[in-house]
Design a protein around this ligand. Sequence first.
Ligand SMILES: [Cu+2]
Length: 646
Amino acid sequence: MKDATPLENTRPDHPLEPLGPGEIREAVALVRQSGRLSARARFILVALDEPPKEVVLGFRPGAAWDRRAAVVVLDNADGATYEAVVSLDQRRIVDWRYVPGVQPSLTLDEFFECEETLKRDPAFQAALRKRGVTDFDLIMVDPWSAGHYGLPGDGPERRLTRALTWVRSEPSDNGYARPVEALAAIVDLNRMAVVAIEEGEPVPLPPEPANYSRRYIGKFRTDIKPLAVVQAQGPSFTVTGHEIRWQKWSLRIGFTPREGLVLYQVAYDDDGRVRPVLYRASMCDMVVPYGDPHPNHFRKNAFDCGEFGIGLFANSLELGCDCLGEIRYFDAHMATSKGDVYTIKNAICLHEEDYGILWKHMDWRTNETEVRRNRRLVVSFIATVGNYEYGFYWYFQQDGLIQFEVKLTGIMHTGALPPGETRRYGRLVAPQVYAPNHQHMFNVRMDMMVDGLRNSVYETHNECEPAGAGNPFGNACYSKATLLKTEKQAQQWVDPLAARSWKIVSASGRNRLGEPTGYRLVPGENVRCFLGDTSPVMRRAAFMGKHLWVTPYEPRERYATGDYPNQHPGGADLAAYAAADRSIEDTNVVVWYTMGANHIARPEDWPVMPVVHISFMLKPDGFFERNPALDVPPSDGGHACHGAAP
Ligand SMILES: [Cu+2]
C-alpha cells in the first residue's frame, strides 16, 4: 500500500531510527535532482545509512550527527548500478559510486511488470496454448532469479529473470496446484522484453484443485471455544520511537528492504548496570536450493534477501490472526522502484507471550512449591515470497536467553508429472503434482558485544578420558573448550552427538567465579546443505558450506552472500571475507550462523504447509552470577502454589 501521510521531516532522536517517509522522499528527490540518472532509473534501496559504531555508542541525547540515507539505483536506460550516500542534514549527495559488473536485487514493480509483459507476449501465449492454457488472465508468473551456472548467457551483463508459470482454474483458485511444466520465459528486465522461451515436452496440467481458503473449505470443525489473551493492564513493555524496553531488556529495532527486521543494541540491565550483548543482529541472507536436476528445475535457488529483498515482501499483520494479546505494531517504510514511499502497515509485531514455566521446585518434605511463569518478549515479522511464507521471530526471556526462530509455512513450490510417473528428486503431493526436494538455508549475522566490543569465541564439546587407570569406570567426561583464533579455525559444523556449541566471551568482564562473562550459541535442529562443493549455487552462497563462521568486524562485510548476489558468479561473499584468515581473538567479532531446514515434501504439506520451526539460542553462560530470574514475581496472586498433598 502507498503511504498517504504528508511530507514530514521530524528529526529522529537517535542515530539508529529508521528513515521516515519524509526522509525517504527527500533522499529520492536529492538523487533525482542531481541530474546523474535518466528518467528510467529504478530505486532498488533507500534505507538508513547506519552511522559508524563510534557515533552510535558515543551518542547522548541532544548530540548532533549527520543523518544519512543509503541509496542503490539502477538505471534501466543503460543498466548501470550506482550507490549513493545522501546527507539529509546537508541536503546533498556526499558519496556517489558506479558499481560495475553487478545486478542489484529484483524489485516488486518488476514482478508485476514482468507478469504483464508475458501475458501480452505472442510467443509466450503460443507456448501456453500448446499446453491447453487459453485464458491468460488466469496465469501467475513468478519471476525467479536467473542465478549463475556458468552456462552461456549467465552473468550480470543483462538484467534477467527466469519466469515460471502456474495457472488458476478461476480467479481465487490456488494456482500453485497447476504448474505449467517445462516452460520458462527469460525476460530482460531493463528492456522489459522477452529474450527467450525455454520449452520442453508439454506435460498435462494436474487434474485436482488444491484450495485452502475459507471459501472452498465450507465445513469447519465446530468444537473449538474461544481462547482469549487478556492483559487488562496493558503490556509490560514501553516503546519510544524504535527503542523497546521490557523488564531488564532494552533494544532498538530497524527494518531494511533486504533483511527485514534488524535488532540493535540488545542489552540487559543487571542491577542498574546496562550490559550489552549484541550490537546488531539480522537474518542477512537465505537460500533455498532445490535438488531436482531436471532442466525446468535445476535453476531454482532463491536467495530471498540478496536477490529479492525479503523486507519488501513483509505482511501487514492482523490482530487476532497473526498475533494474539496486547500488540504494538511498527510500520515499515521503504521505497518502490519508482521512488515513491512504500509503507507496509503493521510490518513488525511486538508482544509478550506466556511460554510455560520458567523454573520450578517443590520441596517434597515441606510440600512448598515455587514456580514462575516464563513470560517472553517476541519481536517478529512474516514475509511472503511468491509461494512461501517465512516468519522470523526473536524471543527474549527473563533468564537472559535470546532465541531466533524461523517459522516456515505457505505453499510448496511444485512441478507437474505425466500420469503414473514419480520423480526420484521430489515427492508426489497430489495426483500429477510433485514438490522437488529442497532445503531452506538461513544465515544470521550477529555483531557481538558481550560486555563490550572485545570478545573471543570458544568451541566446546564433550570428551571422555581414554579408558584405563584414569577412567576406570568409563565415565570421566568433560567439556573441552578450544579458543578459535582465526577465521579458518572458526569455520565449523554443528555436532549434536558431541554437544558442540560456541561461547562468545568478553575480554574484560569477569563473573564472581573468575571466568570471563559469556553468551553461548546453542544450535537447534540443523542440517548439512546437500549441495556438492562443485555446485554453482554453493559457490555463490558459500555460507551454506559451514554452520559457524566468525569474522572480525568490518563495516563493509554485511551480507553472507555479498553485496550483489543476483546473477553473480560467486566469490564475493562470506567465504571471501574470511579467506584472509584474520585474527578473531580479543576483538569485535561478528558471528554468522547458518541453519537449514531439510524439506522432503509430505502429502500433509499440501496444499498449504503446517508451520515448521527451526531455531537457535544465545544463552547466557557465566554472564550472570546465578539464575537471573529469581526476582520474577510469583504469578499466584499471593497464595503459594502447593503440590498435591502426599
Ligand atoms: Cu520447504
